[in-house]
Write a protein that binds this ligand. Structure first.
Ligand code: ADP
Ligand code: ZN
Ligand code: ZN
Length: 708
């Protein structure tokens, strides 16, 4: 009798080990390969898993092993992808199965549908031919400006020496033509008809316009678009086109970084600094970091593009670890926007009671800004007014007893949304747990009927703006308005088409969009994002403000003004604003680097979090305190490895659970890794999955957290 074929399979479970199964080549019609996606019996149910080992023996009794039931009609996941998954699993302290399986689209995780998929694909193929994306924005190599040409030349320099890892930072202000440069760069790679490239973007909203541009460069190539906004069906097909090599261009958000791309030859990470690259649930990976690892492992080039690089990337480029390519002028020659700081503490900038043009309510914009808006409208330019809070008002309050609209499930306030935003009527909504309630007519505490809103969000601002400029066409853009009737794309189109004079919205409008007629951009609540417990707050705010500034005067031609930016703040002297005033990205990054160095914060050290979630905060804190004590007793805490005291999270209670965290920090990456592995092992021993057996605490380890 021939030797049995034993395969080891990992499943989507927080279990470290894989499971052995028998492979019957006669039934399955083929021999096993590492990377095959299979259906297996697991307990009383059937589960989907991935083969990670093929052998002829098992530590278990062979005749007790169960049989693999089915194999997916797919090529096996390629060895490079499995290496990446292995790395991610180790580095982010998640089991291999939990790391791989969630990256496989739903379509391929339903074994009963496997047989039907070919039909589905054929149908999709037919449909696809009908839907033609019109390419737009092609700028060929000869059309590049001298600066872009120089950048492209540097990028091409090494393309002869294939099979080499290169990491390149392409830094240039918004509108400097980075996209045009990297698309020209990719076109050389794509001359090889079998080559595949990966382009990562931080947000779904940015994919349609980049899709059009990519299409303009590569009209003949198949492009697979992968992000969470793509339907399950389409995502399954796009993933299939990537794994089979049919798609040569894989464009997507962070989840695309883990797509099987067997002939991957180059990677671009656009807006590499963006925090959306960090996955905030499940395996909490950074898609940018994984993309860099992948390029390094596969000996291919990776280009990181940004106007405001992350401190990590910028320092790597400065020190020569990455190549550094810069574009310092705006591609179409427009000047930089002029930044104006409005000191809201200065009475001169504010309306006085009875001033002409002031809104009847407490004015929501300063007099200085209002005058600028009026002037800009008269010049037939569009205005963009940003406030980083959606809804009408962040909290409802009772003026008699100080009752506030707290969420019953979270330690957060419920936000007032006016009629039409989330429902037919006005509602209170919690942005943390999603709880929606109708608005009380009386104070639930004291019965007072005089309930007032505190603060303001996009909706209230929209009302105030409409009142102040009754003739202007006002459009609100935030996730509420884009979810309703029209999608975000259509709202953006309204702006492009010039059907709008004033746009009120959250930062969602500020990212990447190439509006041509914006003369003024204003940011109203900049301070609220500056003073937060998170040490990255200023870095993030700076990047956002530069991004916002990039929306103004993009299309201006040589010598023309680049538009005006107005920032309302109580602290105009803060470093982040002062560097912005001078458009000094490098100055700001150097300043931030020295601050971090002094405090030994990332990137001068590495951090990890242990999260704990329980019915009560006390329990969560106690769980983490015990963990800390154990680590201390084991001699793991020392000069090189610092463990802070457990603290409640910024939003402590969410959906009825209370949450705490423990920060672990070391300048030595390896030491931190070892400590985390020990913690993981110890916690696992006393847990079922990731829930501790005794106190029912849900715990999770996170590497390189970006929100502390
Ligand atoms: P970035 O990616 O740095 O924001 P883009 O590549 O999107 O810059 O370019 C900004 C704008 O300038 C786009 O509208 C683009 O079509 C245009 N553009 C880029 N390069 C050139 C060029 N060489 N000549 C004319 N227009 C250009
Ligand atoms: Zn009251
Ligand atoms: Zn809530």
């Amino acid at each position: 009798m021939a030797a049995p074929i034993v395969v080891q399979v990992v499943l989507d479970k927080p279990l470290v080990q894989g499971f052995d199964y028998l492979w019957d080549a006669e039934i399955l019609g083929k021999l096993p390969e590492v990377g095959h996606i299979v259906e297996v019996p697991f307990g009383r149910i059937m589960a989907i898993g991935v083969v990670i080992k093929v052998s002829t023996h098992s530590e278990y009794e062979i005749n007790k092993l169960k049989l693999i039931k089915r194999v997916a009609p797919l090529p096996p996941l390629d060895p490079a992808l499995l290496r990446l998954m292995n790395f991610a699993s180790q580095y982010y302290i998640h089991s291999l199965g939990e790391t791989i399986l969630p990256t496989i689209p739903q379509m391929w995780r339903k074994a009963d549908d496997w047989e039907k998929i070919p039909k589905k694909l054929a149908a999709a193929e037919k449909k696809q031919n009908k839907k033609v994306i019109i390419g737009d924005g092609y700028i060929g190599e000869d059309q590049l400006n001298p600066e872009q040409k120089k950048a492209l030349k540097i990028l091409m320099r090494d393309s002869s020496t294939e099979n080499a890892f290169r990491a390149i930072l392409l830094q240039g202000q918004t509108g400097s033509g980075k996209t045009a440069v990297f698309l020209n760069w990719l076109s050389t790679t794509l001359q090889d008809p079998s080559a595949q490239v990966l382009i990562l973007v931080p947000e779904i909203n940015l994919t349609p316009q980049l899709e059009r541009r990519v299409k303009a460069y590569f009209p003949e190539k198949t492009m697979a678009v992968l992000h969470s906004g793509v339907s399950e069906n389409k995502r399954g097909i796009a993933w299939y086109e990537a794994i089979t090599g049919k798609a040569q261009i894989i464009l997507g958000t962070r989840l695309a970084a883990l797509t099987p791309i067997p002939n991957l030859r180059a990677v671009v990470v656009d807006e590499e600094h963006d925090s959306s690259y960090k996955q905030q649930e499940g395996t909490r990976y950074s898609a940018r970091d994984l993309a860099i690892w992948r390029a390094h492992d596969q000996l291919i080039p990776i280009l990181l593009s940004s106007a405001t690089p992350s401190l990590e990337t910028w320092m790597a480029a400065k020190s020569g670890r990455y190549e550094y390519v810069r574009l310092d002028q705006r591609a179409q020659g427009a000047g930089l926007p002029k930044v104006n700081l409005i000191n809201t503490r200065d009475p001169q900038t504010q309306f006085s009671p009875g001033d002409m043009g002031a809104s009847k309510q407490k004015p929501l914009v300063s007099k200085t800004l209002a005058n600028a808006v009026t002037k800009n409208l008269a010049a037939k330019k569009q205005c963009l007014i940003l406030i980083n809070r959606r809804g009408y008002a962040p909290v409802l309050s009772c003026s008699a007893c100080n009752w506030l609209s707290k969420c019953t499930q979270c330690s957060a306030y419920m936000v007032l949304h006016k009629a039409g935003a989330l429902g037919k009527r006005s509602v209170l909504s919690c942005h943390h747990c999603g709880l929606v309630k109708s608005i009380p007519s009386h104070c639930p505490e004291c019965g007072n009927a005089d309930l007032k809103t505190l603060g303001h969000g996009t909706q209230k601002l929209e009302d105030a703006i409409e009142e102040m400029w009754p003739d202007a066409r006002v459009l609100r853009v935030d996730t509420d308005s884009s979810r309703k009737s029209k999608g975000a794309e259509e709202l953006f189109q309204e702006i492009h088409d010039g059907n709008v004079d004033i746009v009120v919205g959250t930062q969602m409008i500020a990212k990447g969009h190439d509006y041509q007629n914006i003369g003024l951009v204003a940011v109203l609540d900049a301070d609220s994002r500056l003073y937060s417990a998170d040490f990255r707050a200023a870095e993030r705010l700076f990047a956002q403000l530069v991004q916002v500034a990039g929306r103004a005067g993009r299309a201006g031609t040589s010598g023309q003004e680049g538009g005006d930016i107005y920032i309302e703040t109580q602290y105009p002297e803060a470093a982040v604003f002062q560097y912005l005033l001078r458009h000094d990205v490098d100055g700001f990054l150097a300043y931030t680097a020295s601050e971090r160095d002094e405090a030994k914060l990332p990137p001068f050290s590495y951090q990890a979090l242990v999260h704990a979630e329980a019915k009560s905060l006390d329990k969560a804190i106690q769980f983490l305190s015990e963990l800390k004590t154990r680590l201390k007793n084991q001699g793991l805490i020392n000069k090189e490895l610092k463990v802070y005291d457990p603290v409640p999270k910024a939003v402590m209670r969410v959906a009825g659970s209370e949450r705490a965290q423990l920060v672990i920090e070391s300048a030595n990456r390896k030491l931190l890794q070892e400590a985390l592995e020990i913690i993981d092992q110890q916690l696992r021993q006393s847990s079922q999955g990731r829930i501790s057996k005794t106190s029912r605490i849900r715990w999770l380890i996170e590497r390189d957290p970006i929100n502390i």
